[in-house]
Design a protein around this ligand. Sequence first.
Ligand code: 2AM
Length: 185
Amino acid sequence: MRLFIAIKIPDNIKMAIGSLRVDIPGARWVPAEQIHLTLAFLGEVKEVVAGGVTEELGRIQLPEFILHFSGTGCFPDRHRPRVLWIGVQPHPHLQALAAMVRTAVLACDIPQEERPFSPHITLVRLKPAPSREFDAFLDRNKNLTFPPFRVREFTLFQSILTQQGALHIPVRNYPLAAADVVSGL
Ligand code: 2AM
């Protein structure tokens, strides 16, 4: 099974993000209902390994925290855009969560990329050819903000690839501790 670990985004923010959709040549927009914040991508794993991941993730202990999304940007850069994203303001608990998830995944012998965790919300995947529409979108949305939201859990997802695109199915939610909430502001 193909797995990844992510933070779900509340419906009101997914709708607000979904409403940004405009015509950009070569762009494939992530369907609004699929928008998420990826913590780790596992790829194809055997069912027995998936069982181990489920167990390791269950050991993670971290308090709830508040996240803010703002602005837009692209990977690898504005001149060769492959991914257009919405920015996530840094938060120590988010970094800690990503690090703990990474440790849990590595403990199950699933390789992870070396590059540092760079939190983002993928909005568009596109051919690396900037266009007037693409530039206009980035300029128009560079100061975009969304209501903050409290992260209460993270989720192990299965991704099923179909001819209509990927289906993301939550396998298990892992609650964070409802302790003192640190806003990170
Ligand atoms: P991203 O869009 O946040 O960058 C589910 O498929 C998620 O896993 C995607 O949204 C993507 O995260 C990440 N992902 C998919 N394929 C990947 C790959 N080959 N390498 C790394 N991350 C991948």
